[in-house]
Ligand binder design. Structure first.
Ligand SMILES: [Zn+2]
Ligand SMILES: [Zn+2]
Length: 382
């Protein structure tokens, strides 16, 4: 009989060099820099809304009200920038923050007039990037600091910059992703059944949401499983698996081919079910939050929910490079399909000791973007 696998505890040594400590100027330096960069991006979005904002998102927020938020962001960026000088540390970060905010002021600051926007078919989701970044930092870093799985893991862990680049790229591309996903789903017109859609619409909204979650999960399960099990697809998905430190930002790492195909596939059940808008919106919010949450450095036990929904522990196992966990836990929302199709892996009480791929990928954005092409080319030449 084969020896049972011996699970180990993950070791995360404390990292004083990268840690944030009060009074050093590092926290204020990064706050100044990020608020400055976000402010400048926001002002550009106010100046060129038809190019730099998302049609679908504009209907959700009030651009005039958000200018008040921008105002505070700009003043806080200046305040934190000056604080780095007062604290005598990380002045370069403070200076960069002040410089970016000054550019934002020079371009009109929070006083750019807000008017009607002429929608463009294709635009960059600068507004989506800013709102998602601020929301994610507020929700998920707070959760990670309150209930960390690995208390020693720092916010600026290795490769945070690389994952931030993926975060920016995948959020800016939102309008292209939606256009492609809708175009893809429109090929399934032939499968629309008024009887099915009528039955779905006659259900209470909560039941519609449950139905959407299950149908989307089924599609995402098989799409994900194919990315793992079809030799030609794996190099694309391997980029997502190249993360070796898990936190809320790690989930952003994904090759654009995977990001586009995932959204296009999940759009098919959403399109065919024809559920109410309230149910669709609830699903989109649930899916977006869960996708980030499951990558978090979060030790919350989740109680009986962990036997039903995909939780951080479940998805962390999917990212493990340890033998028993390879090619398991494909589901995105519930654990139902992994359980049903025999790919469920949740050893009681254990978390992975190692994350990443068994063959290490290159570590830069460009090299990872071209990684699938290089792999395909090498296989063709064999
Ligand atoms: Zn995977
Ligand atoms: Zn993941």
């Amino acid at each position: 009989m084969k020896d049972p696998y011996v699970y180990r505890e993950r070791q995360v040594p404390s990292d004083d060099r990268r840690a944030f400590r009060l009074g050093e100027g590092k926290i204020s330096g990064y706050c100044s820099l990020f608020l400055g960069a976000l402010s400048l991006l926001a002002v550009l979005a106010y100046l060129y809304p038809s190019w730099l904002t998302t049609t679908e998102l504009r209907q959700v927020y009030d651009a005039g009200e958000l200018q008040q938020v921008l105002k505070y962001g700009m003043y806080f960026s200046l305040f934190f920038g000056v604080l780095t000088f007062a604290l005598n540390g990380y002045r370069r970060l403070g200076l960069a923050g002040i410089a970016l905010t000054s550019c934002a002021f020079a371009l009109g600051g929070y006083g750019v007039p807000v008017g009607p926007v002429e929608p463009k078919t294709l635009s960059l989701g600068v507004d989506w990037l800013i709102l998602a970044f601020m929301g994610s930092v507020a929700i998920f870093t707070t959760l990670e600091k309150l209930f960390p799985k690995y208390r020693n893991q720092v916010i600026l862990r290795p490769e945070w910059g690389l994952d931030l680049l993926y975060f920016c790229f995948n959020h800016l591309a939102i309008s292209a992703i939606l256009i492609y996903a809708n175009y893809h789903a429109s090929h399934f017109d032939w499968a629309i059944s008024p009887a099915v859609q009528g039955a779905v619409q006659s259900m209470p909204v909560w039941l519609q949401v449950v139905l959407i979650i299950l149908c989307a999960d089924f599609v995402l399960y098989w799409e994900h499983r194919l990315f793992h099990e079809v030799r030609w697809l794996w190099p694309v998905h391997a980029v997502h698996h190249s993360v070796e430190h898990m936190d809320w930002l790690a989930g952003s790492r994904g090759h654009f081919l995977q990001v586009f195909s995932e959204r296009a596939m999940v759009m098919i059940p959403l399109y065919l079910l024809g559920a109410d808008e309230a149910a669709l919106n609830a699903y989109v919010a649930f899916a977006a939050l869960q996708a980030v949450l499951i990558h978090c450095n979060l030790g919350l036990p989740f109680g009986p929910l962990k036997y039903l929904l995909v939780t951080p522990q479940f998805h962390h196992w999917h990212h493990s490079s340890e033998q028993p966990a390879l090619d398991t836990n494909y589901s995105a929302h519930t654990v139902v399909f992994d359980w049903l199709f025999g790919t469920y892996h949740m050893p009681a009480g254990h978390w992975p000791a190692e994350y990443g791929t068994t063959v290490r990928l290159p570590r830069t954005f460009m090299a990872q973007t071209f990684y699938p092409l290089r792999q395909w080319w090498q296989r063709l030449r064999k």
